[in-house]
Unconditional design. Structure first.
Length: 457
């Protein structure tokens, strides 16, 4: 396919590393804020921008978020490195014989898991793509590994329209919309509902229909282009499950190798998890802390001993370097966007030219643009949500439709923004320039589906 090969060659030639992209975006954001926003009275404009950036880099809340993401990555990887999970995934990969059925298996399962929870879907897709490549390597046939890696990333183009989506989950909380009142026109405050339930957002017929369409179109599209692409060489180190040493254990060594202690503590963690979070689970609310707590207990049980668990930790931690060093750079960008008011300027511009019909479309585009600079869905909703809600009330657009338009726009440009690809790149050992040609095409496909949905449904 000439178009795909052209895009691929351009990306490979001109696209720098994800770290370099983060630095370039930081500099561009600084310049835009300096040129197009005003500093507080009496302050130097450029120094004010630097202050916003520094505050974002070291934001306590965002650093906690970064650590949560590292744990999601590492614990998810540890879980899959356990013998039972490794056997289960290998069983799935045994059905793979070429690139075509590989991308169908990886994309469909990844989107289904991501609709349930974005963090689990991100790690599941990355590890399944890696295991597919290992299986092909072990069984002696070739695949196009970058395309399979892209298939493992497609969950990030449906997550915000899923159960763990930030905007839909926040507006479903009683009283959340009321927190926007002090930022809104007083004449509109009486029109605000207490909440917008999942039945009108995530589980609405229109959202489920769009998700169902993507569940069909994405694997069809990937399987189509897979037949036009050459296979690639993969030389991945094959992970071998930990085996206990064949020697007599002495003293405290018995604790690390004891199945009773390892499994027993894992069970204690799971009991605490279900006791603490049963109410959230019954409402299908899953937070990063809940996911990490559950994976910790389950990983200890499946590994069976502390020794096996720690051996997997040593292997899994290697993939977290990208998050450790690059997340703070994006937090700095978020600090500039929020502190300087650039997010509001972008949203206000689109709203100023919108009508009742076009507001969802402009919300989609503005959310996609903001996501390039503010790749956190929750952070984006915090700064853009009040503007979207007020605009929808002014123009008579259903609030649930406006919320989902923001969610769709935020998620679709993840296919272009390498921020969330860092965990996948760490696990698969692929480079951003290898998967982005395909995720760019997927972004065009997904955008078409969402825009038509916002117009027709």
């Amino acid at each position: 396919m000439n178009i795909t090969q052209t895009i691929e060659s351009l990306f490979k030639r001109f696209l720098p590393s994800p770290f370099a992209i983060a630095i370039i975006l930081t500099i561009v954001t600084m310049l835009l804020a300096w040129l197009f926003t005003e500093a507080p009275e009496g302050e130097n404009s450029f120094l004010a921008v630097l202050s916003y950036w520094e505050s974002g880099v070291w934001s306590n809340g965002l650093l906690v978020f970064a650590y949560q993401m590292m744990l999601i990555l590492v614990l998810g990887h540890i879980l899959v490195l356990s013998r039972p999970m490794n056997s289960l995934i290998q069983g799935l990969t045994n059905y793979v014989t070429n690139t075509t059925n590989a991308v169908v298996l990886v994309s469909v399962t990844t989107m289904l898991v991501s609709f349930f929870n974005w963090g689990l879907g991100l790690i599941f897709g990355a590890i399944l793509a890696r295991k597919v490549a290992e299986s092909a390597q072990r069984r002696g046939f070739k695949i196009n590994y970058p395309l399979v890696g892209a298939a493992g990333y497609v969950g990030l183009m449906v997550w915000h329209g899923g159960i763990s989506g930030s905007a839909p989950s926040k507006v479903s909380e009683s009283g959340h919309l009321a927190s926007f009142m002090n930022q809104m026109d007083p004449s509109l405050q009486s029109q605000l509902p207490d909440l917008i339930p999942y039945s009108e957002t995530i589980f609405s017929m229109s959202n489920l229909l769009l998700f169902g369409l993507l569940l069909i179109l994405v694997p069809l599209f990937l399987s189509f282009i897979s037949k036009k692409l050459p296979t690639t060489e993969t030389k991945l180190p094959l992970y071998k499950a930990w085996e206990p040493e064949d020697r007599k254990l002495k003293g405290a060594e018995r604790i690390d190798h004891s199945k009773w202690i390892g499994i027993g503590f894992g069970l204690i963690v799971l009991v605490a998890f279900f006791y603490q979070y049963f109410g959230n689970l019954s409402k299908l609310i899953i937070t990063p802390n809940m996911l990490n707590f559950f994976m910790l207990g389950l990983a200890l049980i499946l590994h069976g001993s502390f020794a096996s668990f720690l051996n997997a930790v040593e292997e899994a931690i290697k993939g977290a370097s990208g998050i450790l060093i690059q997340f703070p750079l994006y937090f700095g960008i978020m600090g500039i966007m929020s502190g300087s008011g650039m997010v509001g300027q972008i949203s206000d511009f689109f709203v100023s030219i919108a009508t009742e019909t076009t507001l969802p479309l402009f919300t989609f585009f503005s959310a996609g643009l903001v996501n390039i600079f503010v790749p956190s869905g929750g952070g984006q909703w915090a700064v853009q949500g009040p503007i979207v809600i007020e605009s929808a009330l002014k123009l008579g657009v259903p609030l649930n439709k406006a919320v989902m338009a923001l969610a769709y726009g935020d998620q679709i440009t993840n296919m272009l923004q390498p921020f969330w690809a860092l965990p996948l790149l760490g696990i698969t050992k692929l480079k951003a320039k290898e998967i982005l040609p395909y995720t760019l095409l997927l972004m065009i496909l997904g955008s078409t589906v969402f825009l038509l949905g916002l117009l027709l449904l």
